[in-house]
Design a protein around this ligand. Structure first.
Ligand code: PMP
Length: 356
């Protein structure tokens, strides 16, 4: 048993790649300095300034101290349990690089799900064992148990799931956490649109849990590339060791910090998104080529149609882009439609009414 007593979790000793255990992390120029220096001649920066107003001639804080402090206020998770990445896509990749031996280890994915897990696996030469979700887009726990072996390091669960929109049953994720000897990653990119509680509350319960969130969705900051992973101090330490030292740039850190003052605005957008989601679902139901609309806990809906390719091409010609998922297994005939502004949704609905 692992560090939790009854838990089968192997602990990081049994999970980490040997080269990462031995890794001496890059020490950035200012790591050793603590205090009140005023002359910085240590990092080969341009001492004269930057062509822009701000001090972009200086490297950013490698540990994103101020940003983490603010995220702690919002999420209730201490900074030592927070990793910040250049988007959560970077956090995904870092998990592969820290834990999975190329050509040896494997991970379990549960499609249809977010595509980057598999791309990151392929980039890192890690076998992705796929255990499809059930017909109602829930976990096939027996199938997952069969797929796992001693070289399975990570399981990726996306909840609410992209592209299906539903949340994954909490009990099933807890069963995985309690029985898997590796790390369970719960990707909560869309959690702000969900009725479900975040798994952040479970971090103290499970030392093999990584929860990922992002500022790219509800927070409206996809362009800044700021993603977060929440986990045990030990896992976060490893992720910080593997990340490039200045992975979150100065302007992103500053702007994200400023944006995180606007909780009220974001909550308004979330409310409006949910209202527009209801509206779209109701209106789409009336269209004869719409066969089904899956229940969504996210800011998009998966719509099953009689003719996904035809509708997709028709919408493109009218300047409207949705995501065609009809070639994805278990999503045959489906389009994934992001909830837009009221005006955008009106345009979408009016255009769809003219499709024959
Ligand atoms: N996870 C999921 C489920 C997503 O849908 C996305 C974005 N499409 C991401 C992660 C990546 O988010 P980020 O912008 O933080 O890299």
């Amino acid at each position: 048993s692992g560090p939790d007593g009854n838990s089968p979790f192997r602990g990081l000793g049994g999970l980490l790649r040997e080269n990462i255990k031995r890794l001496v992390p890059y020490s950035s120029a200012r790591d050793e300095y603590q205090g009140e220096a005023s002359v910085f001649l240590d990092a080969n920066e341009n001492a004269f300034g930057s062509p822009l107003d701000q001090q972009f001639n200086r490297y950013p804080d490698p540990m994103q101290f101020d940003l983490k402090k603010r995220i702690t206020e919002i999420k209730g998770v201490p900074p030592r349990n927070i990793f910040i990445g250049n988007g959560s896509d970077e956090a995904i990749d870092i998990l592969f690089r820290a834990f999975c031996n190329p050509g040896v280890d494997n991970v379990v994915l549960v499609p249809p799900t977010y595509g980057m897990y598999e791309v990151s696996a392929n980039i890192n030469d890690i076998e992705a064992r796929k255990v499809n979700l059930t017909e109602d887009y829930q976990l096939n726990l027996e199938g997952i148990a069969e797929a796992i072996d001693k070289n399975t390091k990570l399981i990726f669960i996306c909840s609410p799931n992209n592209p299906t929109g539903n949340s994954i049953n909490r009990d099933d994720i807890q069963t995985l956490l309690a029985n898997f000897s590796g790390i369970v990653v719960v990707d909560e990119a869309y959690i702000n649109f969900s009725r479900q509680k975040s798994f952040i509350q479970e971090l103290t319960e499970y030392s093999n849990l990584v929860v990922m969130q992002t500022l790219s969705k509800a927070w409206g900051l996809a362009g800044l590339r700021v993603g977060m992973a929440f986990a045990s101090e030990e896992i976060i330490e490893v992720m910080n060791k593997v990340k490039p030292p200045y992975n979150v740039n100065e302007s992103s850190q500053q702007l994200a910090l400023a944006a995180l003052a606007n909780v009220g605005q974001v909550n308004e957008w979330i409310k409006e998104t949910l209202a527009q989601r209801d509206r779209l679902v109701l209106a789409l139901k009336d269209l004869e080529f719409v066969l089904d609309i899956y229940p969504s806990d996210a800011n998009f809906i998966l719509v099953k149609t009689t003719n996904a390719n035809g509708i997709y091409d028709f919408l493109v010609k009218q300047g409207i882009i949705v995501r065609n998922r009809s070639k994805v297994e278990l999503c045959e005939g489906c389009l994934r439609i992001t909830i837009g502004t009221p005006d955008e949704n009106t345009i979408l609905l009016e255009t769809l009414k003219t499709f024959e």
